[in-house]
Design a binder for this molecule. Structure first.
Ligand code: SF4
Length: 293
């Protein structure tokens, strides 16, 4: 869901001297105007991949002459890790470390999608790991306000089948509720400790989404008390909307809004494959277009 303008900003920034970008691998192959971050790395940009956000601190400690910048991506699930990272950097007095927060929040974008009047969605399978943090109650509005039956699902094949069966039972019985189909991980209230850490460091802000534009209160900005670790402020970074940016035939935005299926895209399986992705939905195995293929 990272917008091309934010990716172009990262690509441009990765070319600066004395900068090391640290990020999760799934961002690496997403196409941007000047080539993906993977291509920039091949040309010499200093980009390090990590599996845990806290690894970025170690990289900063080992590279005191460089500005080490962690790119915080993902949803409610990864935001607590980024928040802890910033708190750790502050308590350790790390001067050469900062974070670009591109984190996103699920409930606001679901509200936008479901009230757009454009999508054809009868019910939702909700993400288990996000729900582990938010709790079931955070999604209750889907049924109580918007009238969409929904089931929180785990990630194993049986979890998804179970969630699908629960959705079909609700459809057959004309019921509408948000059901927790993943109770071994998800509770009503979610992980209150993780949410407290996020609230300590971040405040909601309008965020830029691929295919949606800006959505109010759907992103996380670093609070003024941690402003020293906000890379957007430290380096004056803003989304790159330069003319000629990455806006081609890829129809990811319509796929993400549920308006078309991947096979409606002329590039699907031809010019766009997992080996040569043209859009974000083909990049990782979980991407909609990749799954379809
Ligand atoms: S098939 Fe490729 S180009 Fe088409 S919408 Fe999906 S990711 Fe974009």
């Amino acid at each position: 869901v990272t917008d091309p303008a934010d990716l172009d900003m990262l690509v441009r920034f990765s070319l600066q001297e004395k900068v090391v970008l640290v990020l999760f691998g799934d961002l690496l192959r997403v196409p941007a105007t000047g080539g993906s971050l993977l291509e920039q790395r091949a040309k010499g940009a200093r980009i390090s991949l990590v599996y845990s956000a806290l690894d970025a601190i170690e990289i900063a400690r080992q590279n005191r002459e460089q500005q080490v910048v962690f790119v915080g991506t993902g949803f409610e699930t990864t935001a607590p890790g980024t928040a802890l990272l910033i708190m750790e950097a502050k308590s350790g007095g790390l001067k050469n470390f900062s974070v670009i927060s591109l984190h996103k929040l699920m409930p606001p974008v679901l509200r936008v999608v479901l009230t757009s009047g454009l999508c054809r969605i009868g019910g939702l399978i909700l993400p288990g790991h996000v729900s582990a943090i938010t709790g079931r109650l955070a999604f209750d509005f889907l049924a109580s306000e918007l009238g969409y039956p929904s089931v929180i699902a785990g990630f194993e094949p049986l979890d998804v089948l179970h969630a699908t069966a629960l959705l079909m039972e609700m459809a057959a019985g004309k019921q509408c509720a948000v059901v927790n189909g993943y109770p071994r991980v998800v509770s009503e209230q979610g992980n209150t400790v993780a949410r407290r850490v996020v609230r300590e460091v971040f405040a909601p802000e309008a965020a830029l989404w691929r295919g949606f534009g800006y959505i109010e209160e759907s992103g996380l900005q670093i609070k003024p008390t941690y402003a020293d670790f906000d890379a957007k402020k430290r380096f004056g970074l803003t989304p790159d909307f330069s003319p000629g940016g990455y806006r081609d035939e890829c129809r990811c935005s319509e796929v993400l809004r549920g308006e078309i299926t991947p096979i409606d895209c002329l590039l699907f399986g031809r010019k766009c494959t997992p080996d040569h992705p043209q859009g974000a939905c083909m990049v990782s195995a979980e991407g909609v277009c990749s799954s379809y293929l």
